[in-house]
Design a protein around this ligand. Structure first.
Ligand code: FES
Length: 282
């Protein structure tokens, strides 16, 4: 079992945003940018994928950041420093294809900023100019700004309510950059499915290659159950083993969003039950 050595609460209001630093030496050593872990909090609980947002190989720890939007993440959020995570498997998925492209724009929306962080680090280390666009609903829930500033040549912020940075969406900032004539060689986007879809819509007419890191429902995380399937370029792909990153211009986002909505009733019920009791965790 993997011990939580540090716990940080980024945002307390529901849905809360929390981050754990977890002892997992083997994963910390093997993990490459873009890869994720699958974890299970209680014996009868579901397995959920979370992307590794940071790591310390010397300490043998990885960081995972999550928002308490469902029963499992709420249960996870109740764990404290010193507690152990029942099951933690990884690293899973294909690493991001890293090379020197030139100027790489890394776009993170909401808690999607956290998984963008190691990818931005890797592109920077490969000699790219990294410009990051971080989006949040409001200033208070913007995460990882400091870390992203350390790993980017430039950071641009957008908030939906205009409380910090540009008033608007990450796509507004991206559009403005492209329309100003800036040469962009690659865009990487992670965040809500609708945001990634819109980012891809902005870059497609300009033929700017765009990686989208997909966050589908997952069960086994090893390509056997089919829960994470998506259509990319007209073909069925499994996010857990073929991804999580795909050519964003080829992804059928509408189908993916419909699949993400298919268990909403069950998720609501599980959340309500979890709010009333401890979901198997003290
Ligand atoms: S999670 Fe089961 S096939 Fe991907």
């Amino acid at each position: 079992m993997n011990e939580i050595v540090e716990k940080k609460v980024w945002w307390q209001d529901a849905p809360a945003i929390k981050e754990f630093e977890v002892k997992a030496p083997w994963i910390a050593e093997k993990h490459q940018a873009g890869q994720f872990v699958v974890l299970k909090v209680s014996e009868n609980g579901e397995r959920i994928p979370l992307t590794v947002s940071d790591k310390d190989v010397k300490k043998g720890t990885i960081n995972i950041l999550f928002q308490e939007v469902g029963a499992t993440t709420m249960t996870l959020g109740r764990l404290s420093k010193g507690d152990k995570i029942l099951d933690l498997t990884g690293p899973l998925g294909k690493p991001t294809h890293i090379e020197k492209f030139g100027t790489v724009v890394c776009i993170g929306g909401g808690i999607g900023v956290a998984p963008v962080h190691p990818i931005a680090q890797a592109f920077k280390a490969a000699g790219n100019k990294v410009i990051s666009i971080l989006g949040a609903r409001t200033k208070g829930i913007l995460i990882y700004e400091e870390r992203m500033r350390k790993t980017s040549d430039e950071v641009r912020i957008t908030t939906d309510d205009g409380s910090y940075g540009r008033h608007g969406f990450v796509t507004d900032e991206l559009k403005a950059m492209i329309e100003s004539g800036m040469k962009i060689d690659l865009v990487v986007t992670i965040g809500p499915a609708i945001m990634m879809k819109m980012v891809c819509k902005v870059t497609e007419p300009y033929k700017i290659h765009t990686y989208a890191s997909l966050n589908t429902i997952m069960l086994d995380g090893t390509g056997m159950c089919g829960a994470c399937r998506v259509t990319v370029g007209g073909k069925t792909k499994f996010v857990c083993v073929d991804g999580p990153e795909f050519d964003g211009h080829q992804v059928n986002f509408d189908e993916m969003m419909a699949r993400l909505r298919q268990y909403l009733d069950e998720e609501k019920l599980a959340r309500e039950i979890c709010q009333k009791n401890t979901c198997g965790v003290r």
